[in-house]
Design a protein around this ligand. Structure first.
Ligand code: APR
Length: 170
């Protein structure tokens, strides 16, 4: 398993799948969610809307993950996951770890060979850089039967998060 930790814009990642730090509505938002939808184009929102009208009428609960196509993005799939929102009182780090673990499980199910993650929960949802990095490292350590997944990239958007991930995976 190759792990890469780098600064970058995840909408430019050329991995098979990229993970979106979505909200439960799956209908877009700010941060990386907004960037991914902007870069993917309206097709991505249409796929998310279809999920809401069919298999996910109540939205995606925190800690779970679901895949769609990727519209105009260079990757093949977007795996949407919802971090626990600390400002809404969702403070269980196990749910944050589940975002990483469930996204890895979905990537394996897709037969993806590579997957890129942003720092789920590390922005609007208020988790510290160290908490996000520890949740990611714990999920990767537990991912002992990775199947097709041979590369995991963590694409971070600031030095503070980069350093936290380097510490956690050091
Ligand atoms: N590429 C990589 N990382 C990015 C990008 C990008 N283009 N844009 C932002 N980030 C980083 C942020 O700097 C942060 O470290 O992604 C991390 C996650 O931040 P958020 O996008 O705010 O995600 P989160 O904290 O999980 O909050 C989710 O915010 O955007 C809304 O709809 C979203 O309601 C949901 C909430």
């Amino acid at each position: 398993m190759q792990i890469k930790i780098e600064l970058g814009d995840i909408t430019r990642s050329r991995t098979d799948a990229i993970v979106n730090a979505a909200n439960s509505t799956l209908l877009g938002g700010g941060g990386v969610d907004g960037a991914i939808h902007r870069a993917a184009g309206p097709e991505l929102l249409a796929e998310c809307l279809h999920l809401r009208q069919t298999s996910l009428p109540d939205g995606l609960p925190p800690g779970q993950a679901v895949a769609t196509g990727a519209g105009n993005l260079p990757c093949r799939w977007v795996i949407h996951t919802v971090g626990p929102n600390r400002y809404a009182g969702q403070r269980d780090p196990a749910v944050l770890e589940s975002c990483f673990a469930e996204s890895l499980r979905v990537a394996k199910e897709l037969d993806a060979k590579s997957v890129a993650f942003p720092a789920i929960g590390g922005g609007v949802y208020g988790w510290s850089a160290d908490a996000v990095a520890k949740a990611a490292a714990s999920a990767v350590a537990a991912f002992t039967d990775p199947g097709s997944v041979a590369e995991i990239d963590f694409v971070l958007f600031n030095e503070r998060m980069l350093e936290a991930f380097q510490r956690a995976f050091g």
